[in-house]
Design a protein around this ligand. Structure first.
Ligand code: AMP
Ligand code: MG
Length: 341
């Protein structure tokens, strides 16, 4: 744990890190930070001519919110959820929707963006929480399922008025890809883009080394990312996303309710998987699969990962005896610097 580690989630002002040393690519490192999507972003990149992309990036992030933020009344997704006619998807909506369909199919429905009515009822969405009983859950389950939303002929339509979408489990990761894509289109070959803890790297860090990233220890109530690390990994030209139920949950009558909902039962998940960190080529898939694993639980996620060697993950869980454990894929093992067990 030293200065090379990126402490994710810390708000940083715009600062020049340093000009490059002799023998390195010419240019200077720029660090940008700010707020978006109810969280923070941090972007570090090498620029040959000190170009500050903050305005362009903020514009992209606003465009992104205008499409996919359920917290913005005028967004495309909010208008769809309210049942306004003729919702014409933009690229952001279309890309996230298509990828969601893909992940839903691959995970047997564990990941499902039509869980919105359930997320709302349980108090983690964009409406007031409901008085939940099994009759309500049954009625809401009738609104869940990707087959109840159609995207064709340049329109998105729903089967029943109550069908709603929640892309919060995938959109943040995708927004990282959007910003990374922008930097790449500007010819930036070395960068780290992090939004709310989901991140994507390219090339090397300001010290000419692979980017180093901390994985949080999933301690209940831990609100400061990076304050207590489980492991440190080196991430090169890949994306990393973490889901866990240690930050967003509440307790009622001694029962813990997490913000991850099992679309099969309609109830918040209750199992020993504490956090899932997924590494993938793009951050959108890393984000979606991290959430899917939180629904699937440890054993199913491990089996899934063993059957999909192209994907890497670091899982932290309590076993049947309640003992704290970690499990990770071979690809993950190769990049772990500290904290293997
Ligand atoms: P993340 O932090 O990426 O795991 O996303 C969690 C958020 O995704 C929750 O706060 C909900 O808005 C939404 N969500 C909950 N359960 C699911 C699910 N089974 N599939 C897709 N999204 C979900
Ligand atoms: Mg996610």
């Amino acid at each position: 744990m030293n200065k090379f580690i990126l402490w994710t989630g810390i708000l940083l002002p715009v600062v020049f890190l340093h000009a490059c040393r002799q023998g390195e690519e010419p240019g200077s490192w720029l660090k940008l930070g700010g707020n978006t999507q109810g969280t923070t972003y941090n972007i570090t990149y090498l620029t040959p001519d000190s170009t500050n992309y903050q305005e362009d990036i903020e514009r992209l992030l606003t465009e992104f919110d205008n499409s996919l933020s359920t917290y913005k009344d005028s967004s495309l997704i909010s208008r769809f959820n309210r049942g306004e006619g003729d919702i014409i998807p933009d690229t952001y909506f279309e890309t996230c929707f298509k990828c969601s369909e893909e992940v839903t199919a691959a995970t047997g429905g564990a990941f499902d963006i039509t869980v919105a009515p359930l997320v709302n009822a349980w108090g983690f969405g964009f409406t007031e929480a409901a008085e939940v009983d099994s009759a309500l859950i049954d009625s809401l389950l009738a609104l869940v399922g990707m087959e109840k939303v159609r995207m064709s002929g340049g329109k998105v339509e729903k089967e029943f008025p109550g069908v709603m979408l929640d892309m919060n489990a995938i959109a943040q990761g995708y927004s990282v890809d959007v910003v990374a894509g922008f930097l790449e289109s500007e010819g930036t070959a070395n960068f780290l883009v992090e939004i709310g803890g989901e991140l994507r790297t390219r090339g090397h860090n300001p010290y000419g080394r692979p980017w180093r990233v901390g994985i949080d220890r999933p301690v209940e109530g831990l609100q400061i990312p990076g304050a207590d690390l489980q492991a440190v990994v080196e991430v090169t030209d890949r994306s990393l996303a973490t889901s866990g139920n240690y930050r967003r949950f509440y307790e009622k009558d001694g029962v813990k309710y997490s913000h991850t909902i099992d679309p099969a039962t309609g109830y918040p998940v209750q199992h020993g998987l504490l956090s899932a960190t997924v590494m993938a080529g793009d951050c959108m898939r890393a984000d979606a699969y991290a959430t899917a694993f939180m629904v699937m639980g440890f054993a199913k996620s491990r089996d899934f990962l063993l059957a999909h060697p192209e994907m890497d993950a670091y899982l932290i869980y309590n076993d049947e005896k309640g003992d704290y454990r970690v499990w990770y894929t071979r690809g993950m093992k190769k990049i772990i610097l500290e904290g293997k067990d």
